[in-house]
Ligand binder design. Structure first.
Ligand SMILES: Nc1nc2c(c(=O)[nH]1)N[C@H]1C(S)=C(S)[C@@H](COP(=O)(O)OP(=O)(O)OC[C@H]3O[C@@H](n4cnc5c(=O)[nH]c(N)nc54)[C@H](O)[C@@H]3O)O[C@H]1N2
Ligand SMILES: Nc1nc2c(c(=O)[nH]1)N[C@H]1C(S)=C(S)[C@@H](COP(=O)(O)OP(=O)(O)OC[C@H]3O[C@@H](n4cnc5c(=O)[nH]c(N)nc54)[C@H](O)[C@@H]3O)O[C@H]1N2
Ligand SMILES: [Mo]
Length: 766
């Protein structure tokens, strides 16, 4: 038994103690509502799905770098670290010399693990900047690309609206109605990138509900609103919130319930939108009856809801999920317009906040000084892609694409380097993604576990888990800073991402540039001292590093200025304008209008997604965030495994939809569409809207035939089904949240799930 040490993760801080191959985990004592996800650490360390040694793909080793259709279906050969590092360095040098850093993709999207220094994506960026002068990057996130692009045009940067928007404390004290499009699932709020030592959402919801605040969740799933909120469920057809909000606006307007003073003083373009929802140009009146036919909510309920909103302190929030779909920009925009039409922005507990509860960061206080991140150096490459356009880039080098008003061209990538992300988790249309990765000369992946992405790599480099190294854990919205002490030795031959990059940099003659002469402990001290210095400047002395390291936790001073931007704007819009072209909320945006995008015009609109339920694929699939894990992380571990049935992911279906297909509770079902198919175990529930099936993301991709045009994943990864298109020409965001499918009972034999099996090398290279 090892001595207990303190540690931190994206889903909470804890004390860990090693008992043989398992960990005892005790949640951080100050956490009022610790996350059950912590259980995933108990049996992860030595699981057979860990990567134990460097490996090279046979085809790549024998035939050299180049496009290769065998990726995802090839054998591996075990090699020594010396060989692996030599191969990686030689290949990076080859590509940089022949094609330059603009042929290297270093976007490396992914959540990685908590810990400021070892944050894998930062390590990749720093490594490529300091060794070859840069890389092609990706911008924005799978989480929130559509909102991140549109919010600065229409109101303010996303962080200002989500992280520094209306706070939970304010909601508990002031809101009358919290109208949540996409709900406020507590399963989501338990996670925050960098760490989250105090889970307070449940407490705030209870407090608000006790005071009489009403939570209304508009969502296809009842479970998106937790019991703590004691609220109401308004079931809606996926992808149709924009139509519902237009009808709410129309109803408010018809009944004279809009706050015309607010709209005139603080907003631009309301008359344009009025003309649109009244159908002046096209004769389509966007009223409650019109919306009923689209979103499945009876017109009478839409009208009642509009009337209830009037005259109350209303907070409107729109979940990330809604904008992870074609035309995802629209509900984000319309949520803001609805709050404005009610005259609420800038009032305590009222107005608009984007994605409240989607992450533990939102609606919280801020550290006055945060722990610095690893400096990434200077990227000399101009080329970039919107993050979710990775397959488009690899399949269409040189071709033009639109993005936020600019025409750009996809670069021709030869080498992609990934650490801390799992594209075969996060990307859509996995068969297409495989074809795209097959175009590369080389794919290098650092992983601690044998994800599908690792199994497509040419070089797999085994990385440590945070539990096996030292780091500092913290997030700008978490007042606790943690000394993350190692609890175990690295598994097998795993090395820290930093050490891997250091040794490759050394082979390229760039070790000093990459490390600045510091080892890990010296980097932690160096970064800590920068924070200490800044804290001293605001008269908040903290102990020196050694003392912090020993005591394990440090409490940082915070400011609670949530909602400040809107409060000041409301108080005096001329003195405190918003960062928009005319300083007002943009109900019409002249800038977006000038881009002349048919799929995202100058005012918000309802656009029907071009993939709709049809006779072949009559059901909507919701592929949302998984409750028992973070994305695909530790999918093999105990807490995640407990939530599978017959070793497969579980999908939820309405009993009517099941009966129509002779499907019963606990059956294995095949969900399929034109792109692929998957197997999952079905559970039946009346808490899902009929016509909708829900299957969370994160089951590791396990194709029966990896090279199939339409692969069958026997484990239940919904991204074999989702469509790989941008949200619109404006944001080009991920649109993987919803797609259309058919479901059928499966009685065949697809063999056992192999996703977590160890990768047995075919040979060892001498
Ligand atoms: N269909 C559909 N798809 C979606 C979504 C959806 O709603 N629907 N949601 C999207 C969203 S919001 C997101 S954010 C993405 C998430 O996509 P990702 O962030 O790519 O998912 P993770 O599973 O967190 O991947 C992190 C990987 O890093 C590895 N890792 C952890 N720590 C380390 C480390 O220290 N070093 C190295 N080298 N590796 C490490 C983990 O083992 C894991 O494989 O998925 C997106 N995909
Ligand atoms: N446990 C856990 N928590 C997480 C994560 C995780 O992987 N696991 N991931 C984190 C990350 S990176 C992110 S970005 C956030 C994501 O935050 P979100 O994207 O908001 O989370 P989701 O669970 O994908 O979606 C929330 C709910 O929206 C509903 N929904 C889907 N489509 C529609 C629609 O068209 N209209 C309406 N009204 N509702 C719809 C679904 O029922 C779904 O449950 O979650 C974070 N929290
Ligand atoms: Mo995300």
């Amino acid at each position: 038994m090892s001595a207990p040490v303190i540690h931190s993760s994206h889903w909470g801080a804890f004390t860990a103690q090693r008992v043989e191959n398992e960990l005892n985990i005790i949640p951080f004592s100050a956490d009022p509502d610790p996350s059950p996800l912590l259980e995933n650490f108990t049996d992860a360390l030595t699981h057979p799905a860990r990567v134990t040694q460097p490996m090279v793909r046979r085809g790549w080793l024998e035939e050299g770098p180049g496009p290769d259709d065998r990726r995802g279906a090839d054998e591996y050969i075990a090699i020594s670290w010396e060989q692996a590092l030599d191969l990686a360095a030689k290949e990076l040098q080859r590509v940089a010399e022949l094609y330059g850093p603009q042929a290297v993709f270093g976007g490396s999207y992914g959540w990685s693990s908590a810990g400021r220094f070892h944050h894998a994506q930062s390590q990749v960026h720093r490594f490529l900047n300091t060794t070859i002068g840069g890389y092609v990057r990706s911008v924005w996130s799978y989480s929130s690309a559509a909102a991140s692009v549109i919010l600065p045009h229409i109101v303010a940067p996303q962080d200002e609206i989500s992280r520094r928007g209306v706070s939970w404390r304010e909601i508990a004290e002031h809101s009358d109605i919290i109208l949540a499009f996409g709900g406020l699932a507590l399963k989501n709020a338990q996670v925050a990138s960098g760490g989250m030592s105090e889970h307070t959402e449940r407490g705030y919801m209870k407090q608000a509900a006790r005071r009489g605040a009403r939570f209304i969740s508009v969502s296809p799933l009842r479970s998106d609103l937790p019991d703590a909120a004691a609220g109401e469920w308004l079931p809606i057809t996926p992808g149709t919130d924009a139509a519902l909000i237009l009808a709410l606006l129309h109803t408010l307007y018809q009944h004279g319930l809009t706050d015309e003073d607010f709209l005139a003083r603080y907003c631009t373009g309301w008359p344009t939108l009025v003309r649109y929802f009244q159908g002046e140009a096209d004769g389509i009146v966007r009223n409650a009856a019109w919306a009923e036919a689209i979103c499945g909510i009876p017109a009478s309920e839409i009208i009642t809801l509009a009337q209830r909103l009037h005259g109350r302190r209303v907070l409107v929030t729109v979940a990330h999920a809604l904008q992870r779909a074609q035309h995802g920009e629209q509900p984000v925009w319309l949520g803001l317009v609805l709050a404005s039409a009610l005259g609420q922005p800038g009032l305590p507990g009222g107005g608009y906040t984007y994605a409240l509860g989607a992450l533990g960061h939102y609606g919280k206080a801020f550290n006055r000084v945060s722990f610095p991140s690893l400096p990434q150096g200077k990227n000399g490459v101009e080329a970039l892609i919107p993050v979710a356009r990775i397959a488009d880039m690899l399949l269409h080098p040189g071709e033009p694409f639109q993005f936020n008003g600019v025409e750009r061209h996809y670069p021709h990538i030869r080498l992609a380097w990934w650490a801390g992300g799992n594209p075969f988790h996060h990307h859509q249309d996995l068969a297409r993604l495989r074809r795209a990765f097959c175009r590369l000369d080389t794919l290098i992946v650092h992983e601690h576990s044998l994800t599908a992405t690792a199994r497509h790599a040419d070089l797999i480099l085994p990385a440590t888990m945070t539990l096996e190294r030292e780091d500092v854990g913290g997030a700008p919205t978490d007042r606790h800073l943690f000394a993350m002490h190692p609890v175990a030795k690295p598994h097998g031959e795993a090395r820290d991402d930093f050490a891997i990059f250091r040794d490759i940099a050394a082979r390229l003659g760039k070790e000093k540039a990459f490390t600045e002469g510091r080892n890990v402990r010296e980097w932690l001290q160096h970064l800590y001292q920068q924070m200490q210095q800044k804290l001293a400047e605001i008269d908040h002395p903290v102990p020196d590093f050694d003392h912090f390291w020993q005591q394990g936790v440090l409490t940082l001073p915070q400011v609670d200025d949530g909602g400040r931007l809107m409060r000041r704007f409301r108080a005096d819009p001329l003195a405190n304008p918003l960062p928009t072209p005319d300083g007002k909320i943009q109900i019409f945006s002249a800038v977006i209008d000038r881009f002349a995008y048919a799929d995202c015009p100058g005012h918000p609109v309802w656009r029907e997604p071009d993939e709709q339920p049809n006779p072949l694929h009559p059901l909507w699939l919701i592929a949302n965030q998984p409750a028992p894990r973070l994305h695909s992380q530790l999918d093999y571990a105990r807490y995640s495994a407990k939530h599978k049935q017959q070793g497969k992911e579980v999908c939820l279906m309405h009993p009517e939809d099941a009966a129509a297909r002779e499907i019963s509770e606990g059956d294995i079902v095949m969900l399929h569409n034109a792109r692929g198919a998957l197997l999952a175990v079905v559970n039946l529930s009346v808490n899902i809207k009929p016509g909708v099936v829900q299957l969370p993301t994160g089951a590791w991709y396990d194709p029966v035939d990896p090279k199939a045009e339409r692969p069958l994943c026997r484990h239940g990864n919904p991204n074999v089904l989702t469509r790989d298109i941008g949200t619109s020409s404006l944001a080009q965001g991920c649109s993987g949240q919803i797609t259309v499918i058919q479901a059928a009972r499966f009685t065949g034999d697809a063999g056992p799930v192999q996703a977590f099996s160890p990768l047995i090398p075919a040979a060892t290279r001498e």
